[in-house]
Design a protein. Structure first.
Length: 442
């Protein structure tokens, strides 16, 4: 079955993502306007704006918790789970940043509702959320320039980070109680108090759903490892066969994989690299952390596995006729699934740039070349940094025929993708036509 024929079978989750972004921005702005319009009399300006920022922070944290539920309507509204993850982080980090001026401003006037318990709750929420935010950002920081604890955060395993990250909802609940107890504005305005409690309740419900009930609604599929192939010194392919029902997915999507055995059942996200017509699921994994290095060294056929998903809206069919695909290293996996699902109905003109550090890093190159040779509208450009130099946005755009307005799909290391997104936009590609798969668990 081809990727085109599957089009009617699986829901389309991709899109512009404007509905989701508009909802987040609209709710955040509406809360600020509401506070300004409903400001009670007699509230000192400094303290009032400090409390406003605290309430806005709770709202942003609640939005972040709602986005973490992975509910399909949210995924569709944002045009893919990669964009949901991005806005989940934006909301959470923005909330943490607002807490800093909140703490400064609320102390600018006497607090008639101050209690030791109320302030203790605020301190717990502030410290906890700051630590979790710093931990989430640590891998993207130049850790060598930071103190030892941040370096250790940056090197922590995904599973350890995820376990700590799940405490976010508890700290948000503590912040909610703190605000309800000590905020003098909320004590003077019934409207603002009700809105504040509703906002916090929505975030709390989302958190409880995610931690206690989501597992009963997200499809889980039982599989078994039937083959493990080590493609080079750092990359392996894992082939999984269904124990009962098989997973249906759209090429370009990813799953959460949990393997059994000693120390098993840790969940990790991986893009599917197999064709959508194959009953077996193939995952191509690069050994880049403790978990994936252990897989490379130890994984053998026969290990039970569970797959959750599929997730994501990385789908070239949502773009126009002229396209550019850019894969950085192991970021080739979703493109490999696209390529393996191509048949005679493929109707896009694509320049596919496969960027690697060394030619030996280009996994499945022979297979990709065979498909490209048989599909004239799919033009492969292999760029090896050690012989060709680094691929640049300028090099990609120079190859675009005059008058063409291409859609760009990218997957690779986050620094590379961010640089290309900025560079391509600077060279005239509309942001709405640049889609890149988040290539990092955090």
């Amino acid at each position: 079955m081809s990727i085109e024929s599957r089009r009617q079978e699986l829901p389309r989750v991709s899109g512009s993502g404007r509905a989701g972004v508009a909802a987040v921005v609209g709710v955040a702005l509406a809360n600020i306007v509401l506070w300004l319009l409903a400001r009670p009399d007699g509230q000192p300006a400094g303290r009032f704006f400090g409390e406003l920022l605290g309430a806005e922070a709770v709202l942003l944290f609640s939005i972040s918790l709602v986005l973490a539920t992975l509910l399909p309507p949210i995924e569709r509204a944002f045009g893919g789970l990669d964009r949901v993850a991005r806005w989940h982080r934006h909301a959470a980090v923005s909330g943490v940043l607002l807490l800093i001026p909140h703490v400064v401003l609320v102390g600018s006037a006497a607090d008639p509702y101050a209690t030791s318990l109320g302030h203790a709750l605020g301190d717990i929420a502030l410290v906890g959320l700051l630590i979790l935010a710093l931990w989430a950002l640590a891998p993207s920081l130049r850790a060598s320039r930071w103190p030892g604890p941040i370096q250790r955060m940056a090197r922590a395993s995904y599973e350890h980070w995820l376990t700590a990250h799940r405490l976010t909802g508890l700290f948000v609940i503590v912040a909610l109680v703190h605000g309800a107890v000590v905020d003098p504005v909320l004590h003077r305005s019934t409207l603002l108090r009700v809105v504040f409690i509703v906002v916090g309740a929505v975030g709390t419900v989302a958190y409880l759903y995610r931690e206690l009930f989501a597992r009963y609604f997200v499809p889980i599929y039982d599989y078994k490892v039937v083959d493990v192939e080590r493609l080079n010194k750092t990359t392996l392919t894992v082939i999984l066969a269904p124990a009962r029902r098989s997973l249906s997915f759209t090429p370009g999507q990813f799953v959460f994989l949990a393997l059994g055995g000693a120390g098993g059942w840790e969940r990790h996200p991986f893009s599917v690299s197999s064709s959508s017509s194959d009953a077996r699921v193939e995952l191509t994994i690069k050994a880049s952390g403790d978990y994936t290095r252990d897989l490379y060294d130890q994984l053998q056929p026969g290990v039970p596995a569970k797959l959750a998903g599929p997730f994501g809206g990385f789908d070239y069919r949502q773009g126009g006729h002229d396209q550019i695909w850019i894969a950085g290293g192991i970021g080739v996996t979703p493109f490999l699934s696209w390529i393996r699902s191509i048949d005679g109905q493929f109707d896009r003109a694509v320049d596919f740039y496969y960027s690697v550090a060394h030619v030996d890093d280009a996994v499945y190159l022979d297979e990709i070349r065979r498909v490209s040779d048989g599909q004239p509208s799919l033009r492969l450009h292999l760029v090896s940094a050690d012989t060709d130099g680094m691929l640049t946005p300028d090099e990609v755009i120079r190859a675009v025929p005059p008058g063409t307005s291409p859609w760009v799909y990218m997957c690779g290391p986050p620094p590379m993708m961010k640089a290309f997104s900025t560079g391509l936009h600077r060279l005239g590609v509309r942001r709405s036509r640049i889609r890149w798969e988040q290539f990092g668990a955090r």
